[in-house]
Ligand binder design. Structure first.
Ligand SMILES: Cc1cc2nc3c(=O)[nH]c(=O)nc-3n(C[C@H](O)[C@H](O)[C@H](O)COP(=O)(O)OP(=O)(O)OC[C@H]3O[C@@H](n4cnc5c(N)ncnc54)[C@H](O)[C@@H]3O)c2cc1C
Length: 405
C-alpha cells in the first residue's frame, strides 16, 4: 500500500513524487516509457518561474551543469518594431533554460528517486482500481506481466491523453481544437542571444539555444494551413523563414540542420483536477497552446501546488477533499488569465489596435517592457499588466514621450 501512486514521470509527475517523498510519504512513480527519452513533440523552453521551481527543489544546479545555456533576454520582433531586453527574475532567478527533454526529464525523475520515491519504468497503467466511487489503485502492464498496486491517492501526470483522466471521466471545460501548429528542428552553427520570436500575421518564427551547442528553430502556422504544411514541413518551414526573417535564413544557410522536423497541433482543455482518490496535474489537467512555451513551467508550478495539497490531506491537516478543492481553485485562478492570453496569441492574428499601440509604446518604456516579458515568464500576473490602470499608465507615458520629442 502506497500513500501516492503517480502515473507519468516527466515535468509534472516527477516533481509531485519528489516533493511527497521528501515529506516522508511512500510514493510509487511509474512511466510507460524509459529514461532518457524524447517527447514525440515538445519544444522545451522553460521560463524563469520554472527555473525558480527547480532552484527551490535543489535541481537547478544539476540542469546548469549539463551545459544548457541560460537565457536572460527576450527578443520579440513585430516587423515594424522590436521589443528586446532582460526578463525580470522570479524568486531571484532571472534565467530561463531550454533543456532537451532527454536532459530535463531524467533530472526530475532522478530527483524523485533520490528523495525516496520508487520509480518503475516501462510500466504502463491500463486501468484504475475502484472501491465504490473511490479510486484505490492501478492495474498496469510491464515486461513481467500484469500487476495491481494500491494507494491512498492516484495522481494522473500522464500527459494530454491522460488514461487517468479518461478512467475517472474528469469533467472538461474550455475544450477547443488547436488554433495553430508548429514544427522545429535543431541547427548547429546558429547561436542565439535569448528567446527570439518573430511575430508576423499568420506566422511566428521562434529560436533559442539548447544543449549540445544546438539551436532550436521553429515556425508556427494557423490551423487552416496545417494540412498543407504537413505535406512538406521542410518546404514550408524554410519558405516561412526566408520570407519573414531573411536575416535568420541567411545565418541558417551557414549552419547545419542536425535533426528531422518534429511538431504538430494539440487541442486545449481544462479538466477538473480531482475527485475521490484521484488528482490530475500538468497536461493531464490543463493544456493550452504551446505558443507561449509554458507547458513545462506550468507543470512544474502545479506539481508544487498539488504536492502541498496532497501532503495536507495525507497528514490530516486538512480533509483531502478540501485540500484538493483548494488546489483546483488556486490552479484555475493562477492559470486562467494566462490560458486566455495564450489562446488569443495562438490565433496568429495581427494584434487588435489597442494592443498594437501598447506594444509599440513599450519600445520607449524599458521598465514596462521588462514587466511585459515578465508576463510571459510568469513573473508578473497577466491581469496586473493588462489592467486598465497599467495600460493607461503605459499609454500616457508614451504620449508624454511623443509630446516631448
Ligand atoms: C508542439 C509543442 C510544442 C511545445 N513547446 C513547449 C515549450 O517550448 N515549452 C513548454 O514549456 N512546453 C511546451 N510544450 C508543452 C509541454 O511539452 C507539455 O506541457 C509538458 O510536457 C507537460 O508535461 P507533463 O508531465 O504534464 O506531461 P508529459 O510531458 O506528456 O509526460 C507524460 C508522461 O506520462 C507517461 N504516460 C502516459 N500514459 C501513461 C500510462 N498509461 N502509464 C504510464 N505512463 C504513462 C508518458 O510516457 C509521459 O512520460 C509543447 C507541446 C507541443 C505539443
Amino acid at each position: 500500500m502506497y500513500d501516492a501512486i503517480v502515473v507519468g514521470a516527466r515535468c509534472a509527475g516527477s516533481p509531485v513524487a519528489l516533493l511527497l517523498a521528501r515529506k516522508g510519504h511512500k510514493v510509487l512513480l511509474v512511466d510507460r516509457t524509459t529514461f532518457p527519452s524524447d517527447m514525440a513533440f515538445s519544444n522545451h523552453f522553460m521560463h524563469q518561474a520554472g527555473s525558480a521551481c527547480m532552484k527551490r527543489w535543489g535541481l537547478l544546479d544539476k540542469l546548469h551543469a549539463t551545459g544548457c545555456p541560460p537565457i536572460t533576454h527576450d527578443y520579440f520582433d513585430y516587423g515594424a518594431f522590436s521589443l528586446t531586453g532582460p526578463v525580470p527574475p522570479v524568486d531571484g532567478v532571472n534565467t530561463a533554460y531550454a533543456p532537451r527533454r532527454i536532459v530535463l526529464d531524467p533530472i526530475l525523475a532522478q530527483g524523485a528517486v533520490d528523495a525516496g520515491a520508487e520509480l518503475r519504468e516501462g510500466f504502463s497503467v491500463q486501468d484504475l482500481l475502484w472501491d465504490n466511487d473511490r479510486v484505490v489503485g492501478i492495474r498496469a502492464r510491464h515486461s513481467g506481466g500484469e500487476v495491481t498496486e494500491k494507494a491512498r491517492i492516484v495522481v494522473g501526470a500522464d500527459g494530454m491523453f491522460s488514461a487517468v483522466a479518461q478512467a475517472v471521466k474528469a469533467p472538461e471545460q474550455h475544450t477547443s481544437p488547436g488554433l495553430e501548429g508548429s514544427w522545429y528542428a535543431y541547427w548547429s552553427g546558429v547561436p542565439m542571444k535569448g528567446w527570439h520570436l518573430w511575430l508576423r500575421p499568420n506566422r511566428v518564427v521562434f529560436a533559442y539555444n539548447t544543449n549540445d551547442n544546438l539551436t532550436l528553430i521553429g515556425a508556427a502556422f494557423p490551423a487552416r494551413e496545417i494540412a498543407e504544411v504537413r505535406t512538406n514541413v521542410e518546404k514550408y518551414h524554410t519558405a516561412t523563414i526566408a520570407e519573414h526573417v531573411p536575416e535568420l535564413a541567411e545565418r541558417m544557410s551557414q549552419g547545419k540542420r542536425e535533426s528531422h522536423f518534429v511538431g504538430g497541433v494539440i487541442p486545449y482543455h481544462l479538466r477538473r483536477p480531482w475527485g475521490p482518490g484521484w488528482a490530475l496535474v500538468g497536461d493531464a489537467g490543463y493544456q493550452k497552446d504551446p505558443c507561449t512555451a509554458s507547458g513545462i513551467t506550468d507543470a512544474l508550478r502545479s506539481a508544487e501546488w498539488l504536492a502541498e495539497a496532497i501532503d495536507s490531506g495525507l497528514t490530516n491537516r486538512i480533509p483531502m477533499d478540501q485540500a484538493l478543492a483548494a488546489y483546483e481553485k488556486h490552479r484555475d485562478e493562477s492559470e486562467m488569465p494566462y490560458f486566455q492570453l495564450t489562446t488569443q496569441l495562438a490565433a496568429l492574428a495581427p494584434p487588435p489596435p489597442e494592443l498594437a499601440q501598447l506594444l509599440f509604446a513599450l519600445q520607449f518604456n524599458p521598465e514596462q517592457r521588462s514587466r511585459f516579458f515578465g508576463v510571459m515568464a510568469h513573473a508578473v500576473p497577466v491581469q496586473d499588466f493588462f489592467s486598465p490602470e497599467n495600460m493607461q499608465k503605459i499609454m500616457s507615458g508614451n504620449n508624454q514621450a511623443t509630446a516631448a520629442s
